[in-house]
Ligand binder design. Structure first.
Ligand SMILES: O=C(O)[C@H]1O[C@H](OP(=O)(O)OP(=O)(O)OC[C@H]2O[C@@H](n3ccc(=O)[nH]c3=O)[C@H](O)[C@@H]2O)[C@H](O)[C@@H](O)[C@@H]1O
Length: 441
């Protein structure tokens, strides 16, 4: 029979030596039954407290991990754990003097991925967050994530409504700025799924601003509003001071609500806020739900496209804005944001509150957009022209960008033919060049 001593301390070379003094103490302790009982109690208490700590960690991780799917690359293992924190810290590290440390929400999205990359390339710290929802193909979002990951930008798989997760992120990195691009986008989808707009664009925004307000130091916030806030406004071009109280879609209404909500956080808590009214942004790595993207897909597949037409058979038009111009506007907004004045939820003085149009200032009709695509693809589209249904669309957008020019040095340089050429090139390289496959079908 092995002795008690041998059972507790197996004769692995090196181990007994280290524990020799402990060994003697153990021996003395086990000399009476009452001490044995006390030791048993102690061990039980130790086990119980270990199990409850483990339970808390697990439930915490569950709470911090609202993931509904598994990304192909498991970037996010053990959210909240030491390895995770290390990745966040590394991603948020500033690599140039006077650089920024930016939390980018919606970083796996179209604009979010482009802005994240631009910031990283100039040496800013960037941490992304995205809930990878399936509003459109998640494969595209994961491909953008892969791209960012190859530039050492880490995207947390999480929802901005998860305040515990946001709190944790702010504890790990003292963000100087938040670039808030996470949103439920799309004008017409709001009739199908109204609640997702409230969830992301209203509740999510408040959840994020709550963390920003509490953070010490408070970050400056730049966020994506939309040209759709001009709604039924007929005065063109649209200027920031024009009416925005007649939204034509729930999407527009939630963006307008966002402008009001951010104003209160600026007013009460001293958060520096910049709202950017984007005008129909397009380009490589874009959103498949948008017309230029879905038209391209359908034209290549020889499927008919539907072109909406306004009252009195007037063509619809948009101030289509190329992604690189938008990125420059976003980065300039971060650079000029000015500081938030509060800390820990207390305002200490007035902070900037700004709104800018980021458009291209040259509206193009939808049929013209289609003919540019036809030219680039060298395929004729099959067109169905129908009257615009009452689905939240507006007939025309046109940005006055004087304010952004003045304050941000914003100067869009890409016209629609140039931008679409770049988009089509990217599309064919990303999805493969299937033209020809569908000819004569
Ligand atoms: O600028 C904005 O604020 C908005 O721009 C776009 O919204 P939208 O301009 O409606 O962009 P698309 O969905 O690409 O539509 C462009 C034009 O094509 C038209 N269209 C769209 C789809 C279709 O099948 N046929 C068609 O003629 C639309 O009526 C619209 O005039 C984005 O989808 C919104 O998320 C964004 O906030």
């Amino acid at each position: 029979m092995p002795s008690l001593e041998e059972e507790f301390f197996p004769s692995t070379p090196g181990k007994i030596k280290i524990h020799h003094s402990m060994n003697r103490t153990f021996h003395r302790c086990f000399t009476s039954t009452s001490t044995l009982f006390l030791w048993a109690l102690f061990l039980i208490a130790l086990t119980v407290s270990y199990l409850s700590i483990q339970g808390f960690v697990d439930s915490g991780n569950r709470y911090l991990r609202p993931r509904t799917h598994n990304p192909p690359n498991d970037y996010n293992d053990a959210i909240g754990g030491p390895q995770w924190e290390k990745q966040i810290r590394a991603s948020g590290r500033i690599r140039r003097s006077n650089g920024l440390s930016v939390l980018v929400t919606g970083a796996a999205g179209f604009v979010g991925s482009h802005v994240s990359l631009a910031l990283r390339k100039r040496g800013d710290g960037v941490v992304g967050i995205d809930n990878f929802n399936d509003y459109y193909a998640t494969s595209l979002k994961y491909a953008r994530q892969d791209l960012l990951n190859s530039h050492d930008v880490f995207i947390v798989d999480g929802d901005i409504n998860d305040s515990r997760l946001l709190k944790k992120l702010f504890e790990v990195v003292a963000f100087t700025h938040v670039m808030h691009l996470a949103a439920q986008a799309g004008v017409r989808y709001a009739m199908e799924n109204p609640h997702s707009y409230v969830h992301s664009n209203v509740a999510g925004l408040v959840s994020l601003l709550e963390q920003c307000k509490l953070a010490n130091p408070q970050p400056a916030v730049v966020w994506a509003s939309s040209s759709s806030v001009y709604g039924l406004n007929e005065k063109t071009p649209f200027s920031e001071a024009d009416r925005t109280d007649q939204p034509a879609s729930l999407y527009a209404a939630t963006k307008k609500a966002g402008e009001a909500i951010t104003h209160t956080y600026n007013h009460i808590y001293g958060l520096s806020i910049t709202g950017l009214r984007f005008f129909t942004v397009y380009g490589p790595w874009g959103r498949p739900d948008m017309a230029y993207f879905s038209f391209t897909k359908d034209i290549i597949s020889a499927r008919p496209i539907t072109i909406y037409r306004g009252k009195d058979r007037v063509d619809l038009a948009r101030d289509f804005t190329y992604i690189d111009d938008i990125v420059k506007g976003c980065v300039a907004s971060l650079d000029t944001s000015g500081k938030s004045t509060g800390s820990g939820g207390k305002k200490r003085g007035a902070a900037p509150y700004r709104i800018f149009n980021l458009g291209n200032t040259s509206p193009v009709t939808v049929p013209t957009l289609v003919s540019i695509l036809e030219k680039n693809l060298k395929i004729k589209a099959k067109k169905n022209v129908v009257s615009m249904p009452g689905n939240g669309d507006v007939p025309f957008t046109h940005a006055n960008i004087s304010l952004a020019r003045n304050k941000l040095g914003y100067n869009p340089t890409t016209d629609l033919p140039t931008g679409l050429k770049k988009f089509v090139k990217w599309y064919l390289s990303y999805y493969g060049d299937d033209r020809g496959k569908f000819i004569n079908q």
